[in-house]
Design a protein around this ligand. Structure first.
Ligand SMILES: [Mg+2]
Ligand SMILES: [Zn+2]
Length: 181
């Protein structure tokens, strides 16, 4: 079996509105273009969500709350024909100096071990400089989005980083770049 290419997707500010630490599914608001964006990519890639949820470490959310929200996101996408292989969630705050919080690459390595991914053909998409840096650290092509915190932190990323207004434009960029149409 050939290795599969993957898209590592940030959650808040990328798939859904970043409204702070989400505790309940009623706070989940998908962007209107999220489904179309993932539908374009689904035939060519497998999907993983990697999300920093430091609200857990800070005592603002719990593992259970975050897990229910993640499950709801996966199930909502599944109803639209989009399959998320795994959701990797880091519960730590920066001071914990864990091995999994983006820009650390532990979750990408784990996905690669469990799913045999073609990292050379894979992408990471997110609205924070730590998403871009995670991609660089793992040797995966990063795409920076201007949704969520994107506009606010854009000055922190290198000029050569690919920037897209949102995940739909990022999907179109990937499709065109790889002649997948
Ligand atoms: Mg984000
Ligand atoms: Zn962590």
């Amino acid at each position: 079996m050939p290795k599969r290419a993957a898209i590592f997707i940030d959650r808040d500010g990328t798939l859904i509105d970043d409204v702070g630490y989400i505790k309940k599914i009623s706070e989940v608001r998908f962007y209107p273009f999220t489904i179309e964006a993932l539908s374009l990519l689904q035939p060519h890639f497998c999907f993983f969500i990697i999300t920093n949820q430091s609200g857990i470490g800070k005592g603002l959310t719990t593992e259970d709350e975050v897990s229910v929200v993640n499950q709801y996101i996966v199930e909502t996408l599944k109803k639209e024909g989009i399959n998320i292989e795994e959701v990797y969630s880091c519960p730590h705050k920066s001071e914990d100096d864990c091995a999994c919080k983006k820009p650390k690459t532990q979750f990408i390595e784990k996905a690669n071990e469990q799913h045999d991914i073609d990292l050379n053909k894979s992408f990471i998409i997110g609205d924070h400089p730590s998403d871009v840096q995670c991609g660089i650290n793992a040797g995966i092509f990063p795409i920076y989005l201007l949704t969520g915190h994107g506009t606010m932190h854009q000055h922190e990323i290198d000029a050569e980083t690919v920037v897209c207004p949102n995940i739909l434009e990022a999907s179109k960029y990937i499709i065109t770049k790889h002649n997948l149409v």
